[in-house]
Design a protein around this ligand. Structure first.
Ligand code: HAM
Length: 426
């Protein structure tokens, strides 16, 4: 029987990947930069299970969102409870925050995660059934400075990863009063066109008309061209929040453009929403996005703390790095490759390679090759710096032949000096 990887998923490999962004060295490199940046900004890591009660996501992401309506991996456990693989991180983090009483340990909580997410979507370039997100959630601060910090962290992470030509789209979806006013304005505008709208948009007309703005349907888009802007319906406090945020972003020289069509696909957003896109070909160019979700924690039965955060897909980051020719890290190479010639050299070589490793010298040993030429080829393939050749002659003299693979220089080094010799090459 032949097994195949599930549709819409991929392996991350040390070599042999069909596309460079699937190389594990690249993932490790990006994740290290991401972790370092988040920690420097004062965010602490949180890890939650990959599945939760389905109801959590229904209530969090929202019953009218595509993620919940169409894309959840839902299953019944043996106790008959409905569970779902997490489609997004915010709901899980809020659940963990409340359940573990984290609110007791202070008034501000800045959390980050790097974790797989699952969405049962039609797979296409940049869209997978299992993807990975770097996300942050900043809880406790209602003012726009927290939104600015979160947006800056996202942009700074991209900058450190070497990404260029990014666009930050900023919008406000308002607070509750703004939403009521805008809902009515949008419905009034759309009503004469109701029959021309796509089926999805007609369903959303009553349930969640704002999400119609997100429609990709060409006819919907044409109708929406003259739709009223949500920014015209903002209440005074929402307007003030938005203007202050813009002022802060300007002060910090974070470039953005106002885009009143950004509503995002999740129901919990209030006030600020944003999305970052990269100029690369293909439809899936949203690198990351997020916004404010005041009221979400309280709606889960927790304390009434405000929150703001983002999520960014690591696949899309790496694909953009590759397409923008960002300098990539190299895999770690062995410094020394031990090549024992004949059975009697195997044990002393094995002791030496082990000693090197204990001294943090990256070292490899060839336990297979019978011929020196094959062994040297293996050492070259691994990009080792030097090869340590030890046969019966060398054992008698208590030395190793050290061959520098680039310069081809060769010298004899006493076995008891070997480790120090390699340390100098590090
Ligand atoms: P989201 O926009 O649904 O937000 O996802 C965040 C990012 O994850 C997207 O911008 C994209 O880069 C990546 N992504 C989403 N779906 C896929 C997919 N099927 N394949 C590949 N990449 C994908 C959220 O999930 C919110 N929880 C973000 C947030 C956190 N808002 C506040 N806090």
């Amino acid at each position: 029987m032949k097994f195949q990887i599930p549709k819409g998923t991929f392996d991350i490999l040390p070599y042999g990947a069909d596309e460079p962004w699937k190389l594990s060295s690249l993932w490790r490199y990006a994740e290290e930069i991401i972790r370092q940046t988040a920690l420097e900004y004062g965010y602490r890591e949180i890890r939650t299970p990959i599945y939760e009660q389905t109801e959590l996501f229904n209530r969090g992401a929202g019953e009218s969102s595509d993620i919940v309506m169409k894309e959840m991996f839902t299953f019944e456990d043996k106790g008959g409870r409905s569970m779902s693989l997490r489609p997004e991180g915010t709901s899980s983090v809020m659940r963990a925050f409340i359940e573990n009483n984290l609110a007791q340990s202070g008034s501000i909580h800045k959390l980050f995660y790097i974790a797989p997410m699952f969405r049962y979507d039609r797979p296409q370039a940049g869209r997978y059934r299992q993807h990975h997100q770097f996300g942050v959630e900043a809880l406790g601060v209602a003012g726009p400075a927290q939104d600015a910090e979160v947006i800056d962290l996202l942009c700074e992470t991209y900058r450190r990863l070497g990404l260029k030509d990014l666009t930050v789209d900023l919008n406000s979806v308002g607070d509750a009063p703004s939403r009521i006013a805008y809902r009515e304005a949008l419905q009034n505008f759309l009503r004469p066109h109701f029959q021309e709208l796509s089926e999805d948009s007609r369903t959303r007309f009553e349930k969640n008309p704002l999400r119609i703005l997100d429609s990709k349907d060409p006819k919907d888009r044409e109708i929406l061209q003259n739709a009223p802007s949500i920014l015209e319906s903002l209440s005074e406090p929402a307007k003030e929040h938005f203007n202050e945020l813009r002022h802060l972003l300007d002060k910090c020289r974070i470039h953005y453009r106002i885009n009143d069509r950004i509503v995002r696909g999740l129901d919990y957003y209030k006030k600020t929403v944003f999305e970052v896109t990269a100029k690369i070909v293909g439809a899936q160019n949203a690198l990351g996005g997020g916004g404010r979700y005041d009221g979400l924690i309280a709606s889960f039965g927790g304390p009434d703390l405000p929150g703001v955060g983002f999520g960014t897909g690591i696949e899309r980051i790496l694909q953009t790095m590759v397409s923008q020719n960002v300098a990539m890290p190299e895999e770690m190479h062995p410094l020394v490759y031990f090549l024992p010639l004949g059975d009697e050299a195997k044990e002393p070589c094995f002791t030496l390679v082990t000693e090197c490793r204990h001294q943090k010298i990256p070292a490899e040993i060839d336990l297979q090759s019978k011929k020196i030429q094959n062994g040297l080829q293996n050492a070259l393939r691994l990009s080792a710096k030097v090869c340590a050749i030890i046969g019966s002659e060398e054992l008698k003299k208590g030395v190793a032949q050290i061959k520098h693979l680039e310069s081809r220089r060769q010298e004899e080094v006493p076995l008891d000096r070997l480790v120090d010799y390699f340390k100098e090459l590090l």
